[in-house]
Design a protein around this ligand. Sequence first.
Ligand SMILES: [Zn+2]
Length: 859
Amino acid sequence: MGNLFARVRQNASVLTLAAVIASLAACMSGDGKKIRSGERGETPTTDPASAPAALAEGISRELASRRRARISALRYRLRLRLSPASPTFSGRVTIRFALKRADQALILDFRGPSVESLHVNGQAAMFDRVRNHLVIRPGPFREGDNTITVAFTSSVGAAGQGLIRVEDKNDGAVYLYTLNVPADGHALMPLFDQPDLKGTFALEATVPEDWEVVTHTHPTSVAKAGDGARTWTFPPSPPISTYLFAFAAGPFDHIESKAGSPPMAFYFRDSQRSLAERHAADIFRDHRNALAFFEAYFGIAYPFPKFDFVCVPDFPFSGMEHPGCIFYGETPVLLRGLTTGLQRTRRADLIAHETAHQWFGDLVTMPWFDDVWLKEGFATLMAHLAVADAMPGIDHDRAFFLRNQPAALDVDTTPGATPIRQPLPNLLDAKSQYGPIIYRKAPAVLRQLMLQIGEERFRRGVRLFLNDHAFGVGDWNALKSAFETASGTPGSLDAWSEAWITSPGVPRVRAQIDEGRIRIRQSPPPFLDRLWPLSARLISLDATGDASGFPYTLNGESRLVSVSLPLAAPLHLFPNGRGLAYLDARLSSADRSWAVDRRTHIADGFSRVLVLEALWGDLQDDILAPETWAHAALDHLGDERDLRTRALLSAQLGVVLTRYLDGRVKMALATQWEEHLLKIMRDATLPRDLRLQSLRAFESAARTGAGRDVLASMVSGESPAQDLDVALRDRWRALQRLSLLGDARTSLLLAALAAEDTSEDASRQSFLVEVARSEGTEADALFARFFEDPTLPERWVQNAAPLFFSSERKGRGDRFLARSLSRLPWIKLHRKIFFLPAWIDAAVRGRLDTSALSTVEAV
Ligand SMILES: [Zn+2]
């Protein structure tokens, strides 16, 4: 058992190191492209007197603030010609702006392959290409209005290019789209690629005549352009940040909804018509509900000229909030096969999140990506409020807690935790920030603030902030002042902000009975020496499982609360009732033993979740043995019926079985779990969603001989439960699992399933099975393909990483650890925002031994 304890402890260190690597990744420089100067016969050397001395790769904060001080009234007009097959496209951008200090060089950002010409105010201008910038000599500039026109060529590809190409395997159709966040706009076109220089964007795109073009405005004209092409001309967008400029082009089909204001259009691939028709009513309804909620909440009418959304094939995110043309991945929106209520609620939540961004993020934007947490935390919190309003009958507080707190605490209780807001010297490093602290801790902490200052004052503060900065930028300090103004107490949030926003970590809180009174005590995590100002709610359960509670605040280490205790009955205390605060809430040792033994059924579902989270924390701290925890979890799963709670417990159980246990103990627990899942899915008296979820949990959990046999028959299309069909996707997932476990039947089953599945997803699924089973030179070749195969979509590699580095194939993961880390600088330049944290997480999280730790530390 000592050995297992050590592994748990070491796992905690590895998690820590994942956060450390993220910051290490942030410190690494780019790929060090050499200076290339003198395009088209311009003066071939860089004049240090005219170029800023320290012009780095990426957008440094210094460069951004210099430009912000000089440039205003920015307007872009982009003309381009697109074709389905070409690996490049040519474009011409005209940039109009007002300039101060015309006697200095001006720097545009551009990462595309070539610049054909560059004119300033009608004259050919001298410029140098320096580390993906165009440094324009000062000669032709003047104070006030200026125009730069650049003719350029940019690249098109499946991943890592300014314009992303996707081919529909059903009909061969090609779709193109942009994804500029956080600072990839300059891979598309020359511009000033920083969020605080907002500009209007007017697009003129010449495309094949059967294509549609979708961007931020409705076209003013669509005219024949010869050679089977049409030119789409759009009026300027309102002022937006460069990371939000977007368009999609291709033979899209669409469905309109004119039943409300604004009218909406939903674009999708031509081949997805029947799926889109099946979901369109729900998708329009979810958008309309969200829009109505936010217009009322923010007190500002929807601020952009139109409201459309596009389902983009192989999109690497769930959604991206481009103003008036939101992009979604197909998977989370066009739900396939049998769907659960949970999947549909999650889709409503995603839709509300992107809709909330239209105000928070798009109308008012953070000036720099150190405040990216603000827009993400806000959109997640606002989506929670909107979905709770639209979908009664669900415990949304519990859903919010389960979605955010466990993932945030997983990182925030380790020494590698970073603050929500941290300095960001260069936008090149912005991709390293995206992770649980931004996406999970930030919403939890903002909700805590909302409850602390009161919902009405919070809403007034948000309205003040949005009104004051509409079509401009506003940072955390501006929002904090707005909250203080709304509360009538200037400076009142300084200490709160210092504790929760600019410092890392989370307080651990316990409550216990102390001489007839309740003592609530906070302690810092072992690696920090500080205390937090906090407000929460204490819940007590009596012997019958009934809950009661009261609010408390804690400004110091502990406090004693006098309450009349029903001494006849034993009390169990939870310091974070209803999960209202963001805390690492734990149980007293007596309550822990009680919870592990489960002597009382806890009737309140939320209190059950709080107990389980506290036990998970104790497991991470080696206070609870993995075997004890697993028995308690399985025992609990026996009668838990809430899908979200079950999803979290299943994921945790997977971690414990894969990483913390081995031998006979592991297989005994695995058998018990498989039998439980089979029992649930076969019980026709239980709700269908619960049974379906158990079937899917089985696909990623089975490991015993009997379990593998069930998986193998699932791959062949046989369902383990009579009236629950296994869809193609279930069959592929079962095969992935067998393949990961090294099952000898994999090759035969793969050949049979690949021959049977004629759908477009078959090649991605086959690829994932190959990744899961690869060893030796095959694994080397696949690893090389992840980076070098220009036809491989980014989403495929992101899906493949957790399989490739799976703890089930520890040797393979260890062998590729150093190589996977050495690719981080390349990834930062060539992959989108979520890829980097997902890659680090996959590569590092499962590694447990000391040699792996030293590899990581050596980076
Ligand atoms: Zn977002």
